[in-house]
Design a protein around this ligand. Structure first.
Ligand code: NAI
Ligand code: MG
Length: 360
């Protein structure tokens, strides 16, 4: 029995979470494993009920769980709070820090039936693609010291420090190779080893780690070329391994190639493979309460949780497959079609995916 902390949050969070739980329930039935869910407040609703975006009880629940399934937080109601008390900042950042979630996984997948939503030309997108960005999240140039500003006038200067420890590179590289083993066994390490000393070490360490994964193919690519190749021939990539800054850029570019916010899942993991799983989008206040949000990003976040934290990759594959098959039947929520009449509701999408999963 694995324990899951379920934190639906605000806006569409609770609506899409309900569908994700429904799909996880069906997966348990079909693949004979057991999850125990415990719910807690986070974000704006926690501010309303407990005066803080991350109550102690919520944090303790996460500590006592095997994984966290997170919805989305925030909304207009809390926008007038000081920046450090805003739901996103005051809930997500402390969670990332507290659990040392240094590994950010962001899949960018174009389903064959949705290639039209991809901004690339049809001859380039073909039948779609399936990339996993593995981004280091807690070190690199965003956190390296010293950083600062000195001097005055035309001589004033500013500086940041890109710094990576061998151990930091090694642990994120292992995550990427482990993830590749659960996918198509190919890692492309994104660096700039031709100009940055940090990236020379990065490449060295990645090559050392690769020796422990002879079954996984390793390539290296400079970051500038990586951004070009993503729009030229995205099918060449399986897992893209990146440091913090390059991963920020590359994962956003890859996400936009999928063309839809409502499909993007994400995960943040630590060395024990404890993880926080959440949709890449926010609480979508513009459509909250209308029952039209796309639950797929939350459902696929649940599938990632099964794959990366709970070791249930057959069930995860089945959920991914059920989502693809549902979309292939032309069943889509309002965000995926211009024909509003034909769009299904949040609940109908969840039901369709459950039916597809149980029929497999
Ligand atoms: P957003 O992602 O909530 O919305 C952007 C657009 O995408 C909206 O038009 C929305 O309707 C649409 N959208 C997002 N998810 C969707 C889904 N599942 N189905 C259909 N349409 C979807 O970003 P926005 O508007 O910038 O932020 C709204 C609130 O969410 C803010 O309070 C922000 O701070 C918070 N936020 C929270 C995040 C988190 O919890 N991790 C991440 C990003 C924003
Ligand atoms: Mg970004």
């Amino acid at each position: 029995m694995k324990k899951i902390a379920v934190l639906p949050g605000d806006g569409i969070g609770p609506e899409v979470m309900k569908e994700a739980i429904k799909v996880l329930d069906a997966a348990q039935e079909k693949y004979s494993f057991e999850l125990e869910y415990e719910y807690a407040d986070v974000g704006g609703i926690a501010i309303d009920n407990h005066k803080t975006a991350l109550p102690q009880a919520t944090l303790e629940l996460c500590e006592n769980s095997d994984a966290v399934l997170f919805g989305s937080v925030g909304g207009p109601k809390w926008e007038s709070l000081p920046p450090d008390q805003q739901p996103e900042r005051a809930a997500l950042l402390p969670l990332r820090k507290h659990f040392d979630l240094f590994c950010n996984l962001r899949p960018a997948k174009v389903f064959p039936s949705l290639t039209k939503s991809c901004p690339l030309r049809p001859d380039i997108v073909g039948d779609g693609f399936d990339i996993l960005c593995v981004r280091e999240l807690t070190s690199g140039i965003y956190f390296g010291t010293p950083k600062g500003r000195e001097g005055q006038g035309p001589d004033e200067f500013a500086f940041d420090t890109m710094r990576y420890k061998r151990s930091e590179i090694e642990r994120i590289a292992r995550m990427a190779f482990d993830a590749a083993r659960l996918r198509n066994k190919k890692v492309t390490s994104v660096d700039k080893a031709n100009v940055l000393t940090t990236m020379v070490l990065w490449r060295e360490v990645v090559m050392e780690v690769a020796r422990d994964y002879p079954d996984v193919e390793l390539n290296h690519i400079y970051v500038d070329n990586a951004t070009m190749q993503l729009v030229r021939y995205p099918q060449q990539f399986d897992v893209m391994l990146c440091g913090n800054m390059f991963g920020d850029i590359v994962s956003d570019e890859a996400a936009m190639l999928t063309g839809s916010m409502g499909l993007l899942a994400s995960a943040s993991l630590n060395a024990d493979k404890f993880g926080l799983y959440e949709p890449a989008g926010g609480s979508a206040p513009d459509i909250a309460g209308k029952g039209i949000a796309n639950p797929i990003a939350q459902i696929l976040s649940g599938a990632m949780m099964l794959r990366y934290s709970l070791g249930q990759d057959d069930a995860a594959d089945a959920i991914d497959g059920a989502v693809g098959a549902t979309l292939a039947k032309g069943i889509v929520t309002a965000d995926l079609t211009s024909d509003r009449e034909s769009a299904v509701t949040t609940v109908e999408m969840g039901d369709a995916i459950v039916a597809e999963l149980l029929a497999r």
